[in-house]
Design a protein around this ligand. Structure first.
Ligand code: GLC
Length: 720
């Protein structure tokens, strides 16, 4: 590969020198086939495939050793000498594991999101990884769907901020930096709206919902420079995303001018046959390539189907060249053509690793949401008291990391018990797991109850384990696992103060639990520093500041539940039967989007909107005063919503347009300022264009999407 020539010419020269088989090889991504008994040496047959130019990228191989070994074969022993692209699911950390995205979203802090992505990129790149299959940008409003854990939650505006921050963090100033990785915006599109929350099920959404809710986070990722996009497994209104040219080419490539690489999801090209839109591998390959999918992840469709598709005239070599060109441009953009061994070249310093651990602790603290503290048990007070730490997740390691924990290790994780012990040296701390999934634990339950009765108060650590969430983690009854209920009810019924710490990847729907538990904290899957972070929050070293990025349902029957719903012609009125409500469950969520308690006490005052009349091109400033009337310092996230009460279509009762944090000492007051443009008052039409209509708009600010908690003002928009 001649250095020094301009990138485009270099890519063209490479392309011109490649055989058809080598071109198809660049479009082929495979998993490593490790030699028997080895966890890091690929088989001779796979080395032969690399040497023959049949493989362009690999997933699920990481670490400097294994990646260097495979890269050496590609760079030194193949004809074209094109480096491999090593890809991995680094969603929320690599070796240092941060809170799962749903938890990290609760911090409502793009700067934090960017910093954790940056740290993850540095560690992954040191492990030879050049592309991550992240951020996951699917709007998720259905807690039955296991992948809600990978999401930023229910709101498209929040998703756009999350997308921008993560792409910046992963890719840094230049994706060619040895500490940067290419970001992949996944899984486009509307995957979070699978039928009945059932994994991989069909998605049927309106054009308006597609353009107003599901696509904006992906567009934001493209605008932030995301290097890659991964279409979703699902079909969208009958057309499988992997073969959906109307969306992938018509919208993403044509309208958004995305010229990056599209990577299918695992096996998804071949699955076009199972969807029933391709009769054989050649047709499947042709459909995907025609839709703009450049790399076939692990389905064989491209290596086996494309030559036949070409021979049958289903594709042209020009189409193949177009895809190969994008892959080569990506490799060039990542610096691989010049320095194929730069990633994986040097281990991170101990100082950097310690900084990442501190960041993981900060992120985990900021992700935890105090849902309820009816009895004022928190923060833990006093010098030497007796705390019983009970539950199957009290002293867990791997369970703290959640799904997609990459290279994270259980024995490198601080569990709750260890974290609390370290934070409360003068306290007596007793521990029992209290219950085991396999059952037969009556004695364990008795042991736990003895400790509860002997202690001043109990920390009950219950919830989900990672395999109940993430991909293929759909649950029709997304509550606390049944095997934990006897222990939970026994402990809550023992007549002593109990703090419940929920480890979970979704809002758990457990009415019985919330009827009995007075103090509940959602810890999500907090990551490597779980125990230290929980201790920081429970002891008050840091006031809890996380707020829910999803509405927390009372019942499964409410799903999908989210704050941005339309008013309907008969808004819910508990006193009126003929209104939009249920007979058996209140319409409102158990906890609204944005809910989260603090040890401080925040009061919102004096919402100001200027100007009173705005025209296109004007700036709109919204200010709100906030005071801390509590006795402890705290960080508050304030939300800015709009509502268009009269428009050409029924608009949601609330639309999120801002979230900002402020830290206030006891007695301190401050102001938050939001800047809006008239375009922020627009809405998407079904064709994906935005529409701005004159009239009066409500501007609301406050602590959550609970309308009763919001201050309200208005502004008039005139078009001239
Ligand atoms: C999985 C997931 C996707 C992931 C890919 C590679 O099936 O759907 O999110 O990036 O395969 O692991």
């Amino acid at each position: 590969m001649s250095r020094g020539t301009d990138p485009a010419s270099r890519v063209e020269a490479l392309l011109a020198a490649m055989s058809l088989a080598e071109k198809i090889g660049q479009l082929t991504m495979v998993r490593p086939e490790f030699a028997a008994g080895s966890a890091d040496t690929i088989t001779d047959s796979q080395k032969a495939g690399i040497r023959a130019g049949q493989i362009g990228s690999m997933l699920d191989i990481w670490g400097a050793g294994p990646t260097r070994a495979a890269q050496t074969v590609a760079v030194n022993e193949s004809q074209a000498k094109i480096p491999l692209l090593f890809c991995y699911d680094v969603l929320h950390g690599y070796e240092t594991v941060f809170p799962v995205p749903l938890g990290e979203a609760a911090a409502f802090d793009p700067d934090l999101w960017e910093r954790t992505a940056r740290a993850a990129a540095e560690e992954a790149a040191a492990g030879g990884v050049a592309l991550t299959f992240a951020p996951m940008l699917d709007v998720a409003r259905d807690p039955r769907w296991g992948r809600i854990v990978e999401s930023f939650g229910e709101d498209a505006w929040l998703g756009r901020r999350f997308a921008e921050a993560k792409v910046r963090g992963f890719q840094g100033e230049s994706p060619a930096d040895a500490g940067a990785v290419a970001a992949t915006a996944k899984h486009l599109g509307a995957y979070g709206a699978v039928t009945a929350g059932r994994e991989y099920a069909s998605v049927d959404v309106s054009e308006r919902a597609l353009h107003e809710v599901h696509l904006p986070p992906f567009r934001a990722a493209v605008e932030a420079g995301a290097a890659a996009i991964m279409p979703a497994f699902n079909d969208l209104n009958g057309v499988p995303m992997t073969g959906n040219a109307e969306v992938l080419r018509g919208i993403v490539r044509a309208r958004w001018a995305f010229d990056g690489v599209m990577i299918s999801d695992f096996g998804a090209v071949g699955e076009l046959m199972v969807h029933g839109v391709a009769g054989d591998l050649a047709e499947a390959a042709a459909l995907a390539l025609g839709a703009g999918v450049d790399i076939d992840m692990a389905s064989d469709a491209y290596p086996k189907g494309l030559p036949e598709a070409l021979a049958r005239g289903l594709v042209t070599e020009a189409q193949i060249d177009e895809a190969v060109r994008r892959v080569l441009v990506l490799k060039e953009r990542l610096g691989l053509l010049d320095a194929p061994f730069a990633r994986g070249g040097a281990a991170l310093s101990e100082e950097k690793r310690q900084a990442h651990r501190a960041l993981a602790r900060e992120a985990a603290c900021r992700s935890m949401v105090l849902l309820r503290d009816r009895d004022g048990l928190l923060p833990l007070q006093g010098e030497a008291r007796h705390l019983a730490i009970i539950g199957p997740l009290a002293d867990a390691g791997a369970e703290m990391l959640g799904p997609w924990s990459a290279a994270g290790k259980a024995d490198d994780t601080v569990g709750y018990l260890a974290g609390l012990r370290a934070a409360l040296p003068g306290w007596t701390i007793s521990h029992s797991e209290g219950a085991r999934r396999e059952g037969g634990t009556a004695a364990l339950l008795d042991d736990a109850l003895d400790l509860v009765r002997a202690a001043d108060l109990t920390l009950l650590c219950i919830g989900e384990t990672p395999e109940l969430c993430g991909e293929a983690g759909s649950r029709a009854e997304p509550g606390l696992p049944d095997w934990q209920r006897p222990l939970t009810e026994a402990v809550l019924g023992a007549g002593k103060p109990v703090i419940v710490a929920l480890t979970c990847g979704r809002p758990l729907i457990a009415p019985w639990l919330f009827e009995q538990a007075g103090t509940v904290l959602a810890a999500w899957f907090p990551g490597s520093e779980a125990g230290n972070a929980l201790a920081d929050v429970l002891t008050g070293r840091l006031s809890p500041s996380g707020k829910l990025p999803v509405s927390w349902p009372r019942a499964v029957g409410q799903i999908p539940i989210f704050f941005g719903q339309s008013a309907t012609g008969r808004p819910a009125d508990p006193a009126e039967r003929l209104t939009s409500r249920y007979l058996d469950v209140a319409s409102a969520p158990l906890f609204p989007f944005g809910h989260g308690l603090s040890y401080a006490r925040f009061e919102y005052r004096d919402l100001r909107v200027t100007p009173a009349v705005a025209r296109p091109g004007d700036g709109i400033t919204v200010e709100v005063d906030i005071a801390n009337s509590g006795a402890r310092e705290g960080r508050e996230t304030a939300f800015l919503f709009i509502r268009d009460p009269v428009a050409s279509v029924a608009r949601p009762v609330l639309e999120l347009r801002g979230a900002a944090g402020i830290t206030l000492a006891p007695g301190e007051a401050g102001s938050l300022r939001f800047s809006l443009k008239p375009d922020d008052l627009a809405f998407s039409t079904g064709e994906g264009t935005s529409r701005l209509e004159p009239g009066r708009f409500e501007i609301l600010a406050g602590p959550s999407a609970d309308r009763a908690s919001l201050l309200q003002a208005s502004i008039e928009l005139r078009m001239s």
